[in-house]
Design a protein around this ligand. Structure first.
Ligand SMILES: O=P(O)(O)OC[C@H]1O[C@H](OP(=O)(O)OP(=O)(O)O)[C@H](O)[C@@H]1O
Ligand SMILES: O=c1cc[nH]c(=O)[nH]1
Ligand SMILES: [Mg+2]
Length: 217
């Protein structure tokens, strides 16, 4: 898997990531969602440099111009809930893409530390021969991405797989590397060193879904 970690580079992306981490600024839900959307736009732009292009002729009122244009057969998969604002940012740039939606949440079994990922909603077009982009802001243990990929696998074989995420843990990134095909690319805003025993990224930012939409029962 190719890992593009933009936390290692200087860009305006670091400003957006710092605001969603900041315990005061992140209290503003609208700003939190907007910053995640802006991160989605930046990562979409970066990813756009690596997907397939074909030369096409564009007819202007005064002539014809040959242009190198991106692959149009893209499916953007939003992992609900927290994936929604990040997905919106990616869709702002890849406006011609198709979309998939999958729900994923942690169901705690015996304790705070034991959980499994439940996905009970999936709406998707066929993925056969297309470029699949899975979009989820938090990559903690990597279980949600693994479960999502397993559910999507039944919907056709994509020719390329990309994952767009905001903050990952080093352990989660390694887990995803082991559970996705080698031709997968990960586009991520930052990788943090720690994961606590409840599966939260440290320092991370807290619970992205709750910060974007409020706590759930
Ligand atoms: O890598 P993992 O250990 O699987 O954790 C990451 C998942 O946790 C968060 O979702 P959450 O389960 O909190 O649901 P939510 O989006 O509804 O808040 C996040 O958006 C990821 O989907
Ligand atoms: O740190 C984490 C881990 C899972 N989900 C989140 O929103 N944050
Ligand atoms: Mg959550």
């Amino acid at each position: 898997m190719r890992v593009y970690n933009f936390g290692e580079k200087n860009s305006i992306l670091n400003h957006f990531v710092s605001e969603i981490r900041d315990e005061e600024i992140q209290k503003d839900r609208m700003r939190f969602r907007k910053n995640i959307e802006r991160i989605g736009e930046v990562l979409a732009y970066e990813m756009s440099k690596e997907i397939l292009y074909t030369t096409q002729e564009i007819k202007t009122p005064l002539g014809v111009k040959k242009m190198s244009l991106p692959e149009k057969e893209l499916v953007l998969c939003a992992v609900l809930r927290a994936g929604l604002p990040l997905y919106q940012g990616v869709l702002n740039y890849f406006d011609f893409a198709e979309s998939s939606f999958i729900s994923a949440y942690r169901e705690h079994t015996n304790s705070d530390t034991d959980f499994e990922i439940i996905t009970n909603y999936l709406a998707t077009p066929s993925l056969e021969g297309k470029v699949l982009v899975i979009i989820d802001p938090m990559l903690a243990t990597g279980s949600t991405l693994e479960t999502t990929y397993k559910a999507l696998q039944k919907q056709g074989k994509p020719k390329e797989i990309h994952i767009i995420s905001v903050i990952g843990s080093a352990k989660g990134v390694a887990y995803v590397q082991d559970h996705f095909p080698a031709h997968t690319s990960l586009w991520i805003g930052a990788i943090d060193e720690e994961l606590n025993n409840k599966g939260y990224i440290i320092p991370g930012l807290g619970d992205a879904g709750d910060l974007a939409y409020g706590s759930k029962l």
